[in-house]
Design a protein around this ligand. Sequence first.
Ligand SMILES: NC(=O)c1ccc[n+]([C@@H]2O[C@H](COP(=O)([O-])OP(=O)(O)OC[C@H]3O[C@@H](n4cnc5c(N)ncnc54)[C@H](OP(=O)(O)O)[C@@H]3O)[C@@H](O)[C@H]2O)c1
Length: 338
Amino acid sequence: MKVALVGATGPVGQRFVSLLDGHPFFELAELFASGRSAGKRYFEAANWVLEVPMPEFVKDMKVKFIDEPVESQVVFSALPADVAMDYEASLKNQGKFVFTNASAHRMDDDVPIVVPEVNPDHLEIVSREGFIVANPNCTTAGLVIPLKAIQDAFGLKSVIVVSMQALSGAGFPGVPSLSIVDNLIPHIKNEEAKVRRESRKILGKLKDGKIEQADFTIDARCTRVPVRDGHTEVVFVQTAKPASAEEVIEVFENFSGVPQEMNLPTAPANPIVVRRNQFSPQPFFERMNGGGMSVTVGNVREADIMGITFTLVSHNTIRGAAGGSILNAELAFKIGVL
Ligand SMILES: NC(=O)c1ccc[n+]([C@@H]2O[C@H](COP(=O)([O-])OP(=O)(O)OC[C@H]3O[C@@H](n4cnc5c(N)ncnc54)[C@H](OP(=O)(O)O)[C@@H]3O)[C@@H](O)[C@H]2O)c1
């Protein structure tokens, strides 16, 4: 299938370009961005920030202005939320199938936030006459995978998470260097509320065609740290049934989902990689596990006040953005939603 990419030039757009190079289901046929990039060839428009080279196929492709017509039926979106609000709604009304990274529509009743290992059934609510499927905010994307494993095995009562988020999560040019070198920023605007509400929607149940929020409580503190890629999160979980650290580790190690059963191209063999080491996971070493799609968990132990605590690392522009969105589209393609 030919696909379009809107917001093609930012760090998330670049991940899409890289992950769609030679993709077995999708051919990247159209690129869109702002007036700053429109009319330029991709290599002139994009400030390439990835650790892998720009794919050859995209270098000479012309970037179009987002007001130009989109020909492809399937559209991946990496637009800022304010631009995505009306634009994605208009694509949906034109009958397009939109897979978005933007937060604009995530909490709409007819928009599922899908993580295929966690809630593939939520795809059922979309209309074949045009839809938006979101993937979560990058911090939530890594968090809900181990939470799903715990929810299924022991039940969830409450969750506290503190994130240490990478610079690429702030887009390009992102955080000024003088604000972040030799420093960290102890708050990220709107991020904590997103983690709270998106986690409960994703881990909620589908009932009579509607998504019911899960009933555990969750709070988050989100910080920005001078790491290039890969969000680290320290998590405390109070389970409904008692669980030892060993039991939780076993549940993490055995966790698998629909993308693994279906052998989807972007699915990692192990959605959760476990390190039995108190100094792991570290983003520099673990972010590319499973091609950037695995969540790596370490330092799992029983906590004095909350039940279980662990640390995770998840790649924010792969599992947390472009890779997550492509996995959603692969699932939709395989089950005949596209
Ligand atoms: N970075 C992450 O880790 C991450 C993770 C999850 C979700 N997200 C979300 O994914 C989206 C993209 O993130 P990003 O980090 O790549 O953002 P970014 O660096 O701000 O890039 C945004 C893209 O949108 C285009 N754009 C900006 N304003 C536009 C306008 N008025 N009209 C048309 N195009 C416009 C830009 O084109 P020009 O280059 O031409 O200006 C660029 O291609 C955001 O909604 C973000 O919140 C990001």
